[in-house]
Design a binder for this molecule. Structure first.
Ligand code: NAP
Length: 259
């Protein structure tokens, strides 16, 4: 399917691995030139090379911490004007509600709420002037159904979701479409480390922990970065112009709700 975005330019944050990488690859397949980011240069350059080899698009790699002012400034300078922004960063660590103090919350807010808001504020005004833009924020299933051990994530992502709900409606009239994409469990390094944590806590093997988590998913398996990326690319496409301020859940049916 031609998504109608060939020749557009996108920033995909936190994209050397996992879900960000899946989004970058799917946008490249749609013909979008990319600026991709992550902190570690080696994996980032390897991903950039794989995308270039697979698809005929420009890929600029910027190794920087997207949760810092300095890191964002470097990404934005390298990118210039872009039509598409995919916000992403690492998720906060798991723990108990009693574990976290002010500094932990500030770090989670910086990574999963204030960094995407800063990127939106930096890029959306020019998208509005040009009359076309797409923003997808990678958040989490925890926005719809809390994951108790991920209290920092539950809190920070709820804040971003509230911001997007209002802001998306303020910019929609100028052709800018902002939505959130909510991953349930997907097979990435992040899922692997959560499996390890669950295994240690319960004294079982990682495979057993994974099998246990699969039983909570009606689809019976983890999602893939490719499936996630394809949904993201659709949300960045010409066909997503009437989809405003939505929270699109991609979880294999794990959240048991009617709507
Ligand atoms: P992942 O496989 O661990 O990949 C994370 C990517 O983000 C890597 O490329 C990493 O590279 C980059 N990154 C991390 N912190 C960064 C920072 N401060 N600045 C720039 N890049 C950074 O994680 P994932 O599974 O794709 O998860 C992506 C997001 O979705 C996370 O916020 C996660 O909490 C959320 N999520 C994931 C799942 C899941 O099942 N996978 C479910 C719900 C929510 P560097 O380390 O080199 O920077």
């Amino acid at each position: 399917m031609d998504l109608g975005i060939k020749g557009k330019r996108a920033i995909v944050c936190a994209a050397s691995k996992g879900l960000g990488r899946g989004c970058a690859m799917a946008l490249a397949e749609a013909g979008v030139d990319l600026v991709i980011n992550a902190r570690g240069a080696e994996a980032l350059e390897a991903t950039a090379a794989e995308i270039r080899a697979a698809h005929d698009v420009e890929v600029t790699a910027v190794a920087a911490d997207i949760t810092t002012d300095e890191g964002r400034a470097r990404v934005l300078e390298a990118a210039g004007d872009v039509d598409i922004l995919v916000n992403n960063a690492g998720g906060p660590p798991p723990g108990m509600w009693t574990d976290w103090d002010r500094e932990d919350f500030i770090a989670a807010l910086d990574a999963n709420m204030l960094a995407p808001i800063a990127m939106i504020k930096a890029l959306v005004p020019a998208m509005m002037e040009r009359g076309w833009g797409r923003v997808v924020n990678i958040t989490s299933v925890s926005v719809k159904s809390p994951i108790p051990v991920l209290g920092l994530s539950n809190s920070a992502r709820a804040g971003l979701t509230g911001y997007v709900a209002g802001t998306s409606r303020q910019v929609a009239g100028n052709g800018v479409v902002i939505n959130n994409l909510l991953p349930g469990i997907h097979a990435t390094d992040r899922a692997e480390s959560l499996d390890k944590g669950a295994a240690e806590q319960q004294g079982i093997t990682v495979d057993e922990a994974k099998a246990q988590r699969c039983t909570t998913i009606p689809a019976g398996r983890y999602g893939t970065p490719e499936e996630f990326g394809a949904t993201c690319a659709f949300m960045c496409s010409q066909y997503a112009g009437f989809m405003i301020g939505q929270n699109v859940l991609l979880d294999g049916g794990a959240v048991n709700t009617t709507m």
